[in-house]
Design a protein around this ligand. Structure first.
Ligand SMILES: [Zn+2]
Length: 317
């Protein structure tokens, strides 16, 4: 019995972070199919008012070390381990970053919020204007250490409380991170504090108004990433969050990604105890399944139903 207790996480009840309401219903239930960090079954709720999907109850912040083990991929997305996938993703992500920050001044300071090991910062350094100043912040000391090893300017801390000069950044981005944070509202306010008036914020996050969500939401949806994704948005809930934090919306669209498709299938295979050689065909290293679902998602994206949301916000002048 004691053993089992060790494998259960300390959880807390939360409300919708956009509406501050608990008028919500259960949309899905599942386990940590990817890292098996606990024995808990987790519950995803959907807010009846704004459509936000959120983990409830969710692990306390004190459980971070348990739910983000050292093998966690955000700390280990290297060219050596991921080969061709790393190459293709790097090129794509670089294009997407540059598209969002086109027109920024030559001496622009650009902040990566939740920069991990510095994957996107390195892309900005390599493909962006040479006079730009890319900087990052992250809560995780392992990630910060890795980024600093690559010669990047990275600070450890949370954007809500970090001691950086106000009104000093021309651009900021938070890529596949807002779904992980405790309080998206405070994170956007923190970013707004650091941005200059007119400064731009790029947000990329999982889209719950997508076909992959509709197919797999009852249990296996990759975007749940149980128990690490705490708030999952659609266009409506993200637009409400932007309004609540006084940002203007410049772009609100969807973006192609195969990852949630691949991981939804991965999670299903894990749950039915399929052999490992089949499960391993559906990971971030599986070029075939990533290619197939990229093609599918390109079609869906044309109908405004891509697997990710891409949002560009502007701090009003
Ligand atoms: Zn809500």
């Amino acid at each position: 019995m004691e053993n089992l207790q060790n494998k259960l996480l300390d959880l807390i009840q939360v409300k919708c972070c956009v509406c501050e309401s608990d008028n919500a219903e259960i949309v899905g239930e599942g386990k940590d199919f990817e890292y098996h960090t606990s024995e808990d079954t987790f519950v995803a709720m959907r807010c009846n008012s704004c459509g936000l999907v959120y983990l409830n109850p969710r692990p306390k912040v004190s459980e971070f070390k348990k739910i983000y083990p050292a093998s966690y991929h955000a700390f280990n997305f290297s060219e050596k381990d991921y080969g061709i996938v790393h190459k293709i993703r790097s090129r794509l992500e670089a294009q997407r970053l540059l598209k969002s920050f086109k027109g920024l001044a030559d001496d622009a300071r650009i902040l990566d919020v939740g920069c991990g090991d510095g994957f996107h910062l390195k892309l900005l350094r390599q493909y962006g204007k040479k006079s730009w100043v890319p900087e990052g912040i992250d809560m995780d000391e392992r990630a910060v250490a890795k980024a600093q090893e690559s010669g990047l300017i990275v600070y450890r801390g949370s954007v809500e409380s970090i001691d950086l000069p106000e009104n000093s950044y021309d651009g900021a981005f938070i890529i596949q991170t807002i779904e992980h944070v405790e309080n998206p509202n405070k994170v956007l306010q923190g970013i707004s504090r650091l941005l200059k008036p007119g400064g731009k914020l790029l947000i990329v996050t999982d889209n719950t108004d997508s076909l992959d969500f509709r197919f797999f939401k009852r249990r296996y949806w990759g975007g749940y990433h149980f128990p690490r994704h705490w708030n999952l948005f659609n266009k409506n809930s993200l637009a409400k969050l932007a309004a609540k934090t006084n940002f203007d919306i410049e772009v609100l669209e969807t973006q192609v990604s195969p990852v949630n498709w691949v991981y939804s299938i991965h999670n299903w295979l894990v749950d039915i105890k399929a052999p490992n050689w089949i499960i391993n065909r559906f990971t971030l290293k599986s070029t075939v399944s990533l290619s197939v679902f990229t093609m599918l998602d390109i079609i869906l994206q044309k109908f405004g139903k891509g697997a990710l949301l891409r949002v560009v916000l502007k701090k009003p002048l």
